[in-house]
Design a protein around this ligand. Structure first.
Ligand code: AMP
Ligand code: MG
Length: 402
């Protein structure tokens, strides 16, 4: 029996971290991971500029009695003149500060009359200026290798004028579902059949992690079909996830199928609920992770054990997202011999401590709990957790994202 943390770190090592570099345009970059450190190219903003619509002035030469001549109206994108003594320059948010000016007076504190202006109050010297380099210093480390590129990172890279970025290759994932009882959604179904929910679910989980290449295959519970499906997925996938058929029942043919392809397979009994069994194999350098067939088990194993491996293969420098903590709200003692991961809603409370509300039905076939929950609370093995106890929680917002 493997404990949960050991299983998680073993699975994290199941494939080498990404190391090939390719170059993509800024617009192709969201969801990808930086393959090199990116240094700033220049100070940003590149010049002192106004944070307000107002007037550029020399602070020392200023009072509220004088009417000052407006020397220039300088819009954002225009070059300012050097400020002449006794005058001011009208400017707008983003206008570059003129030489000789050190302060901006906002237009709300000014009365403009034709080409002259009088100020009603004076701000402190240096007010309302965004200074050169206050956002980014030229040649500082902008973003390190291994950074997952989301909107904030794209904005930062774009602000430095970077149009082509070194990233790791996009990960390609294959999903193999198995089971004679399964019918694809959209097809007619007999009473003894159920719809294949794991296939679309795992594809969606992979897509939520920024994986756009997901190939789905389904095989009946026949050795030859499973072997053929694995062979087809091996052609263009970097990681294969199979689901179901990996226990020790008569129809559990995934293990023999992988073995007949010449690979060894480690079947793990992970001491977690829901979860076991989980298996790991490698075929021609491609890792294959075999997930349990129950939809909730497959979801939980993906989120807690497979997602770190995916992040590592994508090149992320932080394959293990943060774990949070909260107070469990429960009517009964919870905890058993296995590590329990229970589906909870995470509620924020005014005192700043999260409360974790368990779903009423923690069965591993209760698919409706997956859309209801927003995290998995961790109940250590052999513990007796009661209402109000603080436990670890794995928020989907972190664990099911890139
Ligand atoms: P297995 O490990 O193949 O015995 O599957 C365990 C349970 O999960 C059985 O009740 C299966 O019907 C169910 N199951 C397996 N694969 C899927 C799937 N792709 N979609 C929905 N349920 C599944
Ligand atoms: Mg099956």
């Amino acid at each position: 029996m493997l404990d949960f943390d050991t299983a998680q770190s073993l699975l994290l090592q199941a494939a080498p971290a990404a190391d090939t570099v390719e170059t993509v345009g800024l617009h192709q970059a969201p969801g990808r991971v930086l393959a090199q450190d990116i240094r700033a190219v220049f100070d940003s903003p590149p010049a002192d500029n106004s944070a307000m619509d107002g007037y550029a002035v020399r602070h020392a030469a200023l009072d509220t009695h004088t009417r000052y001549a407006i020397q220039q109206r300088c819009f954002a994108g225009e070059a300012p003149q050097a400020l002449q003594p006794g005058k001011v320059i009208r400017l707008y948010t983003g206008s570059v500060m003129p030489d000789g000016a050190d302060t901006v007076i906002m237009q709300e504190d000014a009365r403009e009359d034709g080409d002259v202006v009088q100020f009603t109050s004076l701000p402190a010297k240096g007010s309302h200026i965004r200074f050169r380099g206050e956002d980014v210093r030229g040649d500082s480390l902008l973003l390190p290798r291994g950074t997952h590129l989301g909107a904030g990172e794209i904005a930062l890279l774009a602000s430095q004028g970077l149009a082509r970025l070194p990233v790791f290759p996009a990960l390609r994932i294959g999903v193999l579902t198995t089971g004679d009882e399964l019918v694809a959604p959209g097809q007619p179904r007999e009473d003894h059949q159920i719809y294949n929910s794991n296939g679309p679910m795992l594809a969606a989980l992979a897509q939520d992690m920024g994986v756009s290449h997901v190939r789905i295959a389904h095989a009946a519970d026949k050795l030859g079909d499973i072997v053929d499906a694995f062979k087809a997925l091996l052609v263009d996938c970097d990681l294969i996830l199979s689901v179901g058929g990996v226990s020790v029942g008569d129809k559990d043919l995934v293990k023999p199928a992988i073995e007949s392809l010449g690979a060894t397979i480690d079947l793990w009994k992970v001491n977690m609920k829901p979860g076991r069994p989980v298996a790991l194999a490698r075929l021609d350098d491609t890792p294959i992770v075999c997930l349990p067939g129950n939809p909730v088990s497959a979801f939980v194993v993906f989120g807690l054990l497979v997602s770190p491996l995916i992040r590592r293969m994508q090149g992320s420098k932080t394959p293990l997202p943060p774990v949070a903590y909260g107070r469990l709200r429960t009517m009964r003692r919870v905890g058993g011999p296995r590590e329990d991961f229970i589906r909870v809603q995470i509620r924020n409370t005014p005192d700043g401590q999260a409360e974790l509300i368990p779903h009423a039905d923690q069965g591993s076939a209760i698919i409706n709990s997956l859309s209801w929950a927003d995290g998995l609370a961790r109940i250590p093995p052999d513990s007796q957790v009661i209402d109000g106890d603080t436990v670890a929680v794995y928020p989907f917002a972190h664990w099911l994202r890139a």
